[in-house]
Design a protein around this ligand. Structure first.
Ligand SMILES: NC(=O)c1ccc[n+]([C@@H]2O[C@H](COP(=O)([O-])OP(=O)(O)OC[C@H]3O[C@@H](n4cnc5c(N)ncnc54)[C@H](OP(=O)(O)O)[C@@H]3O)[C@@H](O)[C@H]2O)c1
Length: 333
């Protein structure tokens, strides 16, 4: 291979789903590593809901991707040339390597991964950033205690599926919320959640009160909007709400009326936002713990691997916002 096919941001998008012309797909020469650098042949690119925010110039926790820059993405691949003392050809790695076939790195926040323990793509899914988010968001912000009821939205997805399984490991009663019977069946039968509510079947508030007869102690929020509205009044005293994501609003073209936050007041709820990088220095700990649970069979992880190379990036990304993915969405390049 002599060219490096890349996806670049061509323009700032309008509100709504991303159209293909937001991105430009270009061929560049394969880069050569300089002293202190290594080159990764990318095999899998991670598609993450946050990408919708990364291409917008609204103020956020990270600067936006610049117009003309390679699209930011977690990716996993194999080092194929190195002038770096700690990385050698053949090492399997993961990190923020971008939507492209080859990436140069100096090693900052790039992690070596063990493909004997789990396949390469899993290290950008349940054992990668979404898994770290579940691990820190649930344990540090949610602080679940044995016997408590934990509810998690987007329960069949990359973050939600790991949140629920860690909550089970910690002895909680776990109720997922997901879209459709097939995802709900997976969440209960494969992942071992105690129950899963299909929000597309309607009457979510009623489903929640039947599914959580002792109320809700921890709600791990991945969706926002109407889901938060149904959950809030059913929170127990001193409940905790890790606010991890609000995917239902990422492509909104108009503002929607918000829920009443009165239960936050009357029940002295602690509702805390989180960004996975708040625990950047503890990522090796999360990788070790998640990897151990996975190896022993306590943590099941599912990927939804799509074909089509970097050219298929724009359409594949949009699957996240319609629920078209089932498991951690990954693009094979
Ligand atoms: N704070 C952080 O540091 C951090 C890090 C990583 C991810 N996150 C957040 O975590 C959440 C989950 O991310 P993920 O990577 O694990 O994605 P994912 O759950 O694997 O995929 C997204 C899922 O969201 C659900 N969804 C999409 N639009 C929806 C809507 N309008 N209403 C209800 N559900 C909707 C769909 O599932 P259904 O088919 O079940 O509806 C879809 O499959 C996102 O909000 C993301 O932004 C936050």
């Amino acid at each position: 291979m002599t060219t490096n096919r890349q996806v670049k941001l061509a323009m700032r998008p309008q509100p709504g789903m991303l159209s293909r012309d937001v991105f430009a797909i270009e061929d560049a020469p394969v880069p050569e590593p300089a002293a202190g650098q290594f080159r990764v042949k990318v095999h899998y690119v991670s598609l993450d809901p946050a990408m919708r925010g990364w291409v917008s110039d609204a103020k956020s926790y990270v600067p936006p991707v610049g117009v003309g820059e390679v699209m930011r993405a977690y990716a996993a691949g194999i080092v194929d040339a190195s002038q770096h003392p700690d990385f050698k050809a053949g090492d399997a790695v993961q990190g923020l390597l971008g939507v492209q076939q080859y990436a140069l790195s100096k090693g900052s926040r790039v992690y070596k991964v063990d493909t004997g323990a789990a396949p390469l793509e899993r290290w950008i899914g349940g054992l990668g950033m979404p898994g770290w988010t579940a691990y820190f968001g649930l344990l540090e912000v949610g602080q679940p205690k044995a016997g408590e009821t934990v509810v998690v939205s987007a329960a069949s997805g990359a973050v939600g599926s790991v949140v629920g399984q860690i909550a089970k490991i910690k002895g909680c009663r776990v109720v997922g919320i997901a879209g459709g019977a097939e995802k709900c069946r997976y969440v209960t039968q494969e992942l071992g959640f105690d129950a899963c509510l299909d929000y597309k079947a309607g009457e979510l508030a009623q489903q929640l009160s039947l599914g959580c007869p002792k109320g809700i102690d921890v709600y791990f929020e991945n969706v926002g909007g109407e889901m938060l509205e149904a959950v809030l009044p059913q929170m127990n005293l001193f409940g905790r709400i890790p606010v991890c994501g609000l995917i239902s609003g990422y492509n909104a073209t108009q503002s929607s009326p918000g829920p009443s936050l009165r239960p936050v007041l009357t029940h002295r709820l602690r509702m805390q936002g989180l960004i996975v990088f708040d625990w950047a220095d503890r990522i090796p700990e999360a990788m070790f713990e998640l990897g151990s649970w996975h190896k022993s069979g306590l943590l099941k992880i599912r990927e939804d691997v799509r074909e089509g190379g970097v050219d298929a990036f724009p359409e594949t990304l949009n699957l996240l916002y319609t629920g078209g993915n089932f498991g951690k969405l990954v693009l094979k390049v």
